[in-house]
Design a protein around this ligand. Sequence first.
Ligand code: ADP
Ligand code: MG
Length: 348
Amino acid sequence: MGFAYGLPMPPAAPSPSSAPRPVAVELVALTKRYAQGQPAVDSIDLRIASGSYCCLLGPSGCGKSTTLRMIAGHETVSSGDVLLEDRNITDLPAAARGTAMMFQSFALFPHLTALDNVAFSLKMKGVAKAERQAKAQDLLERVAMGHLAQRKPGELSGGQQQRVALARALITQPKVLLLDEPLSALDPFLRIQMRAELRRWQKELGLTFIHVTHSQEEAMALADTMVVMNHGLIEQVGSPHEVYNKPATEFIARFMGGHNVLQTPTGKIAVRNDHMRIEVDGEGIAATVTDVEYQGTYVLLGLDAENADARTGVSVMLPESVFADRPYALGEHVRLSWATSHAHALAA
Ligand code: ADP
Ligand code: MG
C-alpha cells in the first residue's frame, strides 16, 4: 500500500513488541510429487516471520531440500502456493522472486577474486563493470571484508570465505536468504564457528534466513523458529526451547535426542534424560546399568528398563559431581523415577 506525496502520513506502526512480526514467506498446501505414492512434500502450511532465522530440520529424505528449492524457484510445485510478503511467487522464475541461495561449502569460484565472486551475478545480468564492482565492494564492506576484496578464495580462511559467499548472495538484494546445509561439509570446529557467524550476520542484516539442516544441534543453536519435518510433513513448529521441552511426537522426542520415551499406564511420555532421578532403591521403575560414558561436565548412563523400548533403552544424564559422589557400576540394579511435571505426553 503506497501513500502519494503530500497526503497525511499513515499512523505510526505498532511497536514491534506488541505486534506480531509480518510474514516474509508463507507456504499454502505446498506439495511436490516426483512419483506415485506419498509426495516428497505433502501439502504443508507454514508462515515464516520477517527477519527471523528459520531452520527446516529433519532426517535425510524428509523433504527439506525440495521445500527450499520450491521456495527458491529451482523446483516446480505440484500444487499449492508460495507467497513472499503476500506476493504469490509460485510460478515466477528464480531470479524474479526476491530470494537468494547460499550453497554448501560456499561454492565460490576459486580463480576469481572475492570482489569478482560477489560481482558475478551482476556481470551475468550485463551490469557495467564500474557499477558492479562498486556494488560488490560495498557489500564486502558490509560483511567486514572490504580490505580483502582482491584475495582469491584459496587465500581466505573458512570464515572469510563464508562472508564472501554471503555478500555474493546479497548482491541481488534478496528479502529472503535460503541456505541448504551450508555447514555440513565443514570440519566440526569450523562448523561451530561458522554457525555463530551466520547467526550474527542474520541479526545484523535483519534478513529472513531459511536454513535446511539435518542436525538438531545446529538448528537449536541457530533458529528462532524450528520446523521439524518427517516423511514430507511438518510435525512441529516452535522455538528451540518449545521443541526441545515439549516434543509433540515420539518421532521428535527421539530425533531431538536427550529424551527417554517411556510407556506408562496412561500412555506414552517423554522425559529429558537430565530430568531422570536415579536411586539404589525406592518407588521407581526397575532398571539395570548397561553403559557408563564420561562426557566431561556430565556422565551419561545407559540402562535397560522395563517400561522402555528394548532397542533404545533409557539414558540418565548426571552432573559429573553427582556421579563422583555416588558412582554407578555396570550391571548395578537401580530405580528410576521423575517428577510428573517433567513428564511430557506424546501424541499417539
Ligand atoms: P532432504 O533434503 O530432506 O534430505 P529431499 O527433499 O532431497 O530430502 O528429498 C525428499 C524425497 O524426494 C526423497 O525421497 C528423495 O529421494 C525424493 N527426491 C528428491 N529429489 C528428487 C528428484 N529430483 N527426483 C525424484 N525424487 C526426488
Ligand atoms: Mg537435502
